[in-house]
Structure formats: structure tokens, C-alpha cells
Design a protein around this ligand. Structure first.
Ligand SMILES: CC(C)(COP(=O)(O)OP(=O)(O)OC[C@H]1O[C@@H](n2cnc3c(N)ncnc32)[C@H](O)[C@@H]1OP(=O)(O)O)[C@@H](O)C(=O)NCCC(=O)NCCS
Length: 158
């Protein structure tokens, strides 16, 4: 166990947690969809599957929150994904999600706390991720955690 927070614990995930990662990820991935594009939700689920499969095939960190044997959320990060532009080593957060009924209990904040400490202990000084402009809950979380906007992806509807 990595961390005990009142009514839930954070632990490292393993192969037996992978079905949960796919299930919760596919159920929440729509939150990151842009309303600018007219695309079926199935595309987002397929893109999610690709990114998770890639991350699991590389050095990664998988954290699981659980209470009473029930999984409440996960965070999946790529341990060795240097920033393209600068080449600086970074932990790249592929996805984080918490079951709807378990939100606003500090679970996502606890994931980042554990992941940041592990990255720092390994000498990694940056943590990076991509978030959809319209995902206000996630943007608020990242602002709360001290993330700064480094680049923007722009889109013009033609
Ligand atoms: C984004 C998400 C992971 C947050 O998980 P969570 O466990 O509820 O977040 P926490 O409880 O740790 O929140 C920490 C802080 O983030 C901010 N925050 C989190 N959710 C918020 C929301 N819905 N609205 C406003 N602020 C929010 C708050 O500042 C919160 O602190 P507070 O509760 O003391 O005010 C969760 O809403 C989720 O799973 N969303 C669907 C999947 C998703 O969009 N993932 C992000 C992909 S980039």
C-alpha cells in the first residue's frame, strides 16, 4: 500500500487491474471529447484503448484507489516519455479517472501526490499531460495541483 487516506487506499496496480482500467476509462472518456468535432464516441473509446495498450507495453506507473476491496479509480502514467521539444525526462499522465460516486474525496489529488513523489525520488522533474479545453473538472483539478499551460492545440472548424 502506498498511501492510506481515511476511507480509501492507494496501491500499485497490476495485470488483474487492467480490465478495470479499460472499463472505467471507456465509461469516462467522453468527458474529454471536444464539441468542435462531430465524431462518434466509439472513436474516443478506441483511442483510449490504443493509448492504454501502448502505456502498458512501456515502463509505466499504474495506481489504483480502493476501499473495502472495491476499485474507485486509477491513474496511468508513462515513466519514460521525454518531452518532444526539449528532450527533458518527464512522467506523462496518460489518464486518470475516478468512479462518479467517489469523486471530490481527494482521490485524484492522492494519485498525483504519490506519482509526483515517486517521480521526484527517481530524479524526474516534470509531470505532463493533455486535457481537453471543455473538461472543466479535470482542468480545475490540474489548476488546483499547480499545473501550468505549456502549449495549446488549436482547431479551426472549416
Ligand atoms: C477529473 C477527475 C479525475 C477528478 O477526480 P476527483 O477524485 O474527484 O478529484 P479530487 O477529489 O482529488 O479533487 C481535487 C481538487 O480538484 C478540483 N476538482 C475536482 N473535480 C472538480 C469538479 N468537478 N469541479 C470543480 N473542481 C474540481 C477541486 O479543486 C478539488 O478540490 P476540492 O474538492 O477540495 O474543492 C474526475 O472528475 C474524473 O474521473 N473525471 C472523468 C475522467 C476525466 O475527465 N479524467 C481526466 C482526463 S484528462
Amino acid at each position: 500500500m502506498l498511501s492510506e487516506r481515511g476511507d480509501y487506499t492507494i496501491r500499485h496496480g497490476g495485470p488483474s487491474d487492467v480490465p478495470f482500467v479499460f472499463d472505467l476509462g471507456r465509461r469516462t472518456v467522453d468527458d474529454g471529447l471536444s464539441s468542435l468535432r462531430n465524431a462518434p464516441a466509439s472513436n474516443a473509446a478506441a483511442a483510449f484503448d490504443r493509448s492504454v495498450n501502448f502505456a502498458l507495453s512501456e515502463p509505466h506507473t499504474l495506481l489504483i484507489a480502493e476501499a473495502g476491496g472495491e476499485r474507485l479509480g486509477f491513474m496511468l502514467g508513462l515513466d519514460d516519455a521525454p518531452d518532444d521539444a526539449t528532450g527533458t525526462p518527464q512522467l506523462f499522465c496518460v489518464y486518470v479517472a475516478v468512479e462518479a460516486y467517489a469523486r471530490r474525496r481527494g482521490i485524484a489529488r492522492a494519485f498525483f501526490d504519490v506519482a509526483e513523489k515517486a517521480a521526484q525520488a527517481a530524479g524526474v522533474r516534470y509531470l505532463s499531460l493533455v486535457v481537453s479545453e471543455e473538461n472543466l473538472a479535470a482542468r480545475s483539478l490540474y489548476a488546483h495541483l499547480g499545473f501550468l499551460t505549456e502549449r495549446r492545440i488549436l482547431c479551426k472548424v472549416l
